[in-house]
Ligand binder design. Sequence first.
Ligand code: SF4
Ligand code: MG
Length: 332
Amino acid sequence: MKLLQVENLKTTFHIDAGQVQAVRGISFHVEKGESIGIVGESGSGKSVSMLSLLKLLPDNATLTADNILFDGAQMVNTSQKAMRKMLGRDIGMIFQDPMTSLNPLFTVGEQIIEPLRIHQKLSKEAARQRAIEILRMVEIPSPEKRLKQYPHEFSGGMRQRVMIAIALSCSPKLLIADEPTTALDVTIQAQILDLMRDLKDKLNVSIVMITHDLGVIANMCNRIIVMYGGTIVEQGTTREIFYKPRHPYTWGLLRSIPQFTEGEKKKLISIPGSPPDLLRPPAGCAFTSRCPYAMKVCEKQPPQSVALSETHQAACWLMHPKAANHMREVIG
Ligand code: SF4
Ligand code: MG
């Protein structure tokens, strides 16, 4: 069963210099209880596409889509006001930096209890009990005491646990996590990912996890969507993306995962060059200027998405039957 279905989503920012085409027609879906990862460099459109769905865009942005179906309801024209009601109740969000999303002036307890009172109409005492229960669920020790403390009294990892608690407090159907572990050190990052994995199984919530690091989602997500230059260049099951990647950009991302062998960090290979200017998006494949396999056609025409299996699609001219001749020339 599909929880979220997005078809041909486009988001444009109108600035003095012109129009920035941040998201350029993406389509994907999320099944109930499934977790998907959206991966790409900064500026690839991953956060903007999620903010578009949630109607959290600034005034200078416009959004169009053929369909945004959430739990069967059409949301293309849902107002910001109606969306705000859904946020927290049907959809929870976790951001990169919990310090900016938590209010420093209120205790953690107040920040968990308030949404419970609003969305679930719980009494004060029932909301307090529920708050204790969810702090326990995210493995925060002595929750009764912790409820009375302020965000600055928590460590970075503990603050992110609080954010997860708030996001899950009203039992949402979908949890969107935007780089939830990027600001944390590696050990804490692993603990938070473990926690999210556990909670996903326990609560049967669907998760969309946004990250620039494929390594983060390897053990967490059922499927992966790879974004580049405001488009989806490849999507497939985690297995397909890791073992049968077909897009040169995905190959680059896989090479840039840090490898730890016997405590020694291997050299990280990053993809040379920089992402396209979406004020003037390229006519052809957005990856052309950085792609070692680029052909003449890549510059002129955008590649169509090709279905490689029921779950796996990629958009690259290399999959065209005639590309084999070109590859022979490149490899020699
Ligand atoms: Fe490279 Fe061309 Fe494929 Fe784009 S379409 S990724 S430029 S080979
Ligand atoms: Mg982002």
